[in-house]
Design a protein around this ligand. Structure first.
Ligand code: FE2
Length: 154
């Protein structure tokens, strides 16, 4: 029997578009976080993660274009506001708060990739999506570890 998922009419293009939008929104949040974080080690880490997000956008858009589909050009700008998860304004006034917000964002990027990785519809997308999931799992794990080991008594 053929895989149920691949046999169904799935709006794979729409899902990829949403994933790239999610990436763009994450990049916007990362830019703000990088700007505001004080600790230089955290800053370098966030810069490295953000570079991976930027690479994901390029790679997935590349696939879309090669398939004759329109690429995603920018963030929606709505996602985090709606979810109330990112208080990228005054609420973030310390490194821990910033990293916490980025952790929530990475929970979403992880979910996004986990979902997309179930659909092996375009052969050329499989490896890129799986690598993307690994990257995102790494980001989430790093942030989680830092937050878990945070010494509030400092
Ligand atoms: Fe990430």
């Amino acid at each position: 029997m053929k895989s149920i998922l691949s046999g169904q009419q799935v709006d794979f293009v729409g899902m990829l578009h949403e994933l790239v939008e999610l990436e763009f929104d994450a990049i916007e949040a990362y830019k703000t976080a990088i700007d505001r974080v004080v600790d230089e080690d955290f800053k370098s880490l966030l810069i490295r993660f953000n570079e991976q997000h930027e690479r994901h956008v390029v790679e997935i858009n590349h696939i879309l274009i090669a398939r004759g589909v329109e690429a995603v050009k920018g963030p929606t700008g709505k996602r985090w506001v709606i979810k109330g998860e990112v208080m990228l304004g005054q609420a973030i006034d310390n490194d821990k708060g910033i990293l916490k917000v980025m952790f929530y964002i990475e929970e979403d990027t992880n979910k996004g990739y986990e979902t997309l990785c179930q659909y092996k519809i375009w052969e050329e997308a499989v490896e890129i999506l799986e690598q993307g999931l690994k990257d995102e799992q790494g980001h989430k794990r790093w942030l989680e570890e830092i937050l878990d080991n945070w010494n509030d008594a400092e």
